[in-house]
Each structure stands twice: as structure tokens, then as C-alpha cells.
Design a protein around this ligand. Sequence first.
Ligand code: ZN
Length: 494
Amino acid sequence: MRLFLRAVFAVLVLGISVPSLAKGVSETDLREHIAVLASDEFEGRKPGTEGEAKTVKYIAEQWAKAGLKPAAGDGSWFEPVPLIQRGRGEATYSFNAKGRKLRIVSDEIVLIGKEAEYAKKDLPVVFTGIGVKSDGSVGADVSGKLALVLFEADNAPAKMKSPRARREALIAAGAEGVIFVGDSQGNWPILRRQLLSRPIGLESREKRAKLEGAISTEFAVALVTAAGRDWDKLRAHAKGADYTGEALGIDADFNVMTDIYRFNSSNVIGKLSGKKKGSGAVLYMGHWDHLGICAPDDATDKICNGAVDNASGIAVLTEVAQRLAKKRHDRDIYFIATTAEESGLLGAYAYADKPVFPLEDIVISLNVDTIAIAGRNSKVAIIGRGTTSLDATVEAVARKTGRAIESSTDANDFIQRQDGWALAQKGVPALMVGGSFADLDLMQKFLGSDYHGPNDELTDQTELGGAAEDADLHIALGNYFADTRKYKVTKAGE
Ligand SMILES: [Zn+2]
């Protein structure tokens, strides 16, 4: 009996642990990469910093070691992504009514030009309320003028609530300048901080007015009062659903210098060449960037290390690459570590605009982001569920690896907040598959605590069990979708 029991025990131990040691991804594998990428030495991996240089070098080295070949356009690992930052420089301005200069007893104004120098005289000022009507269109005549816009827009239609959407609508309507008014509820400090934070943009996709900026309510009241108008009445009118704006009888003169910093960041791109040319490709992606030095100078910990977001995703991609490189697949398999996701999926958009092989060839794109959340045995959710014809196939592969399926579409709340969205906009079947978005209470707990703060660090408590299982799932998905006998695609016309 004892011997027999021992034998059974041995079989169980071997049966369970040996195969997973042989090919499964472990927490330790992932932890080693995260420890480097999320270390203070990498300074939070902000694009354009020394932290970027260290990050993209580490990824390229690890991917080379894993067996990938460099696949950027020039044959290197690094596909340049031209980015731009604008910062406040010296500025002078005056507002004039009926030929006299208005005296404004406030200096709560921030002005940023599209170009390094902006000089203009007699620019008419139009108050536009929230900038758009209830149908989302611009009602005010802003063409060649300066639009003053209320920042807060509770009454705006859903797709026009964001200041960015309203700014772009006003620019499309011909506005030369767009200045937001940091209306009530302490919005001015937020607006001011945003403008002074030198936000990163992808210049090829940016829609900017020649002059942009913000003023406080105090400044707006002083301006409007000096021109003989009543701010409260003006604002009350602007709350009407079909407010079409009013010319204020004010002209403005500007001389605005702007610090412009253009730099190339990098998407890291690697590849496993398939056996069957022209049979399509599987694409894995995940963003390498995070927020850099993110806390005030006097904080004890100033670095947003981004261990979960998204060192964990890069760790998974690297381990998946290493396992998939062990055999030759039918289809090509690409790996892309994107830049500037945190600034609005910029690296992914840049890739979608300038891919290294035709986007139509992608049979599935799998994004991996913020993956160290759930423990082992979590269900598998699909972000993008219902947007492609792949759900059933992905689920079947997941079930084969022993995973249960979360079949609700709740995870789709995150669909626009991840890099796959940039590819989906161009018709690529783009999904995010895994456990971290299956238990949304757990995800919300992270989003409400360490997320985007100095505490997103690697600790003994960092949960990597689910990420390891998700890595195994991504290996299984790669093995399946890169196999032309298992996953067949019918091309149009065939
Ligand atoms: Zn993030």
C-alpha cells in the first residue's frame, strides 16, 4: 500500500509539474523581466528619456535571445515614431475693445502655439459656451477667430464631452485659436497643469489650432467685465441646448513663443518567419512605455514604475516569443512593443499608419496590457468580443488549455483604452484575451489604487499566477493561429 501510494504520488507530481516545467511560463520567468523593466533605473520608461533608451535596448536584447529577428522597416529592431511635445514659452498679449486696451487684473492664462512663434493682431474673440450644440455641431461663427470655450460640458452630447473632441470640432470649423475657460469646481488648476505638463503627441495625427490655451474663471470674468458684459448672464445663455455663441466685441493681439521638442521614440518590432509565404501573420503587441517621473519633487517616491502597466505585458510577450521560437510555424509571427500608449495609443496609431507588412495579412492581433492582476484559475475574457469572427475559435483554444470562459461583454468597456483599438480602426481583427479583465472587480481595485501612481511597483505581493497562465494561453493561441491546417483563412475571391 505504501509503495503503491508513493507510486501514485510520484505519477501525480510528474504528471502535473514536469510538463509545466518543460514548457509552461512560470511566475519566476515573468518576475525577472518585470524586475528590470520596472526598476528605478528605468525611470518609469517615459518616451524620449534615458528610461526609453534602456527599455528598448532591453527588449531588443531579450527578443534576440528568445530567437526573434529584427523586423522594423530598416532591418533593425527599432521603428521610429515621431513625437512632439509643446511647452510654454514667453508670451505677451492684449485684449482690446472699441480701440482701447482692456485692463485685466489676472494673470491666470496659459498660451501654447502650434509653431514656435505665433504673432497676430486684431483676432476677434467669440464666446462659444461649451463649443458645440446638442447635436454635436459647432453653432458659433469661429472661422478665423479665437474661440473661448467652457471646459465643463455636462450638457454636451456624449461624444463631445471631452475637451479634445470639442477643440477638434472648433478647429474643423475654422477656429484660429481655442482657449478653454477653467470654469467652476477647481478646473483651472487641472487645465493649467495639463497644458504645462508638455503632453506628448503624434504630430502626423494631431489637430491643433494655431493658438491654444486656457484661462481661469477669474480671468474670464475680468475680461468680459472690462468689455462691459456680464459673465453670469453670458454663461446662463450658454447653457441653452442650441446656443450659437456671441462675438464679445473684443479683439486680441498675441506674441507667443512655444518650446517645441520633436523627437523619435521607438516601437520595437521582431519576427519569427513562417514556412508558408503569403499565408498571413499573427501579431502580438504590448506597450513598453509608462509615465516616468510622475510625482512632485518633494515626494519620497517620484517614479511611476509601471510594473503591472505594462512591464507585465512585455514580460509575457518575451516569454511567449521564446516558446514560439522553438519551432517553425506556417505563418509569420510578429511581436511589437509599442511606445506612447499612455499618451493616447500613439505608437500603435503610428504603426497602423506605417505597418512593416500589409495590415490585411494579420489573421489575429493580440494585445497584452496590464496582465498581472488575476490569480491562477481565472476565467478568460475577450476584449473585442463580438467585433470579429474569432470569439468561438479563441474560446476553443482557451478551453483546451483548461481555462473557463467569461462570456459577458463587460470587458469591452476597455476596448478603446488599449493599443488594439488603433489596429481595429483599420479593420484588423484585434483582441485582448486573458484573465486580468475577466474579474472586473479585481481590475477596478487596481485602477482605484496603485494604477498610474508610484505604487505600481514589483513587490512580493505582485500577483503573477494569472499572467503566467495567460502567457501559456497566448502560446497556445500562437500555435493555433499560425498553423494553416488548424486555422484556415479564406481570402476574398477564392
Ligand atoms: Zn497606463
